[in-house]
Design a protein around this ligand. Sequence first.
Ligand code: ACO
Length: 443
Amino acid sequence: MSNARETPTRSPRSFPYELRTFPSRLVDGEVPEEVAKWQQAVALGFYADVPSLEISTKYVQCEQADGRMATGAYLIDSQAPVGAWGVDYPVATYAYHRKTLNVGGGTLLPVHQITAVTVRPSHRRRGLLRAMMSTDLAQAKAAGIPMAALTASESTIYGRFGFGVSTHACDIEVSTMRGLDFIVPAAASVGVVEVADASVVGELHNELFARVHATTLGSIGRQDMYRLLAAGQGNYQSMEPAKNVRAALHYDAHGAVDGYVTYKPKEPAVEIVDLLAASDSAYLALWNFLGSLDLIESVTWGMAPEVDPLEWAMAAKRDYKRTTTEDHLWLRILDTPSALAARNYAVNGQLLIHVGDPLGHASGIFNIQVLHGKATVTRCPEDGTVVAEVSMGVSELSSLYLGTVSARTFAAAGRLREDSSGAVERLDALFATSEAAHCLTSF
Ligand SMILES: CC(=O)SCCNC(=O)CCNC(=O)[C@H](O)C(C)(C)COP(=O)(O)OP(=O)(O)OC[C@H]1O[C@@H](n2cnc3c(N)ncnc32)[C@H](O)[C@@H]1OP(=O)(O)O
């Protein structure tokens, strides 16, 4: 008989991580250790420079203004090998802030905006993203937020979590070699455009963005950092004001600023940094200004709308080239009745839809009854007494939500099923929008 004590054996945990969530904010004017390490992990995940203390502090000031909550996944029951990052550095990061989404008709819907998702290369494909996303979406749903949103680094990651592409961003290149001629020149010459210091844009940004946000279907709230980004006063790599960012302001008939453009000249081209216009005339007048720059042969912009009035205003339509169209804003309905009741509808009507949701938040059979542009949405029993007329996943419903794609297109793509003849046509008639959704914010 052996005296040796049996060594207690513990099988390794299948998920040896703990998720901790904390606000990103300064304490006594300083970046707390936990937040600083979290930021180092984010920079690693996005291949960014190691943030200096100055940059870290500036980020946190902005994130504090946004009410950002950061989540880190930390190793438990284990020690880091000598020399490696310690267990107080998160192996995965995730964050959210909550702002609003313009869903049309002047309605701003509360939205849960997800950002800074990274998993350390040595811990990938072990379910960390799935764990952080599932936990966070469940908490957002429990907090009564009807919609989640993100902008994605890759288009293949987030569909499985119920997100659907809801707006596109276009890269455009407008040839200005011969200047810009407009079919109705007077429409592009309303008000006055004048040059300003780029720093002025930082001061105007929040008020102007609020005006644009309130009137643009698909616009989502901008994080505080945009004041700096839009004005060339700082970015995620440096807080040094850029020396090559120029600005022009548009003044309306009363002399009030209702638009601006900031741009980087790289002769013989100009790249737009940010363009906000609170009116159609400000938009065309700012383009008229850009078209008038001597020695410049083309103007590029990476945030042009899918349907751009500029293209239709130009006398030489072929001088407007859309070089890429890419998925931009991804939405994820969390609460189907609340989300559907918030938007406007084109016609009166009624429809029974079935929504599938792998995470359960948005699923069910719903009766949508629209009268005078507004919907009453009720959940139906799923005991076989009610039969849906159309069936789709929450990702598809989230893409249909702002009118960016039609049910007809999804049916043709095999992503939506018509269970009752004519239902797809009725769904498209209900969800039709008079303008194309456009989001000017990445996060
Ligand atoms: C909103 C934003 O912040 S977008 C930025 C996203 N981050 C990045 O691009 C930074 C670099 N990439 C990463 O940090 C990681 O690879 C992540 C965050 C993309 C994935 O993290 P992981 O922890 O490896 O993912 P996890 O193991 O939880 O996988 C969950 C599911 O997503 C899938 N998946 C993970 N990464 C990818 C990918 N790059 N492309 C396609 N599918 C992916 C997995 O196969 C898995 O699928 P399943 O559950 O249906 O079988």
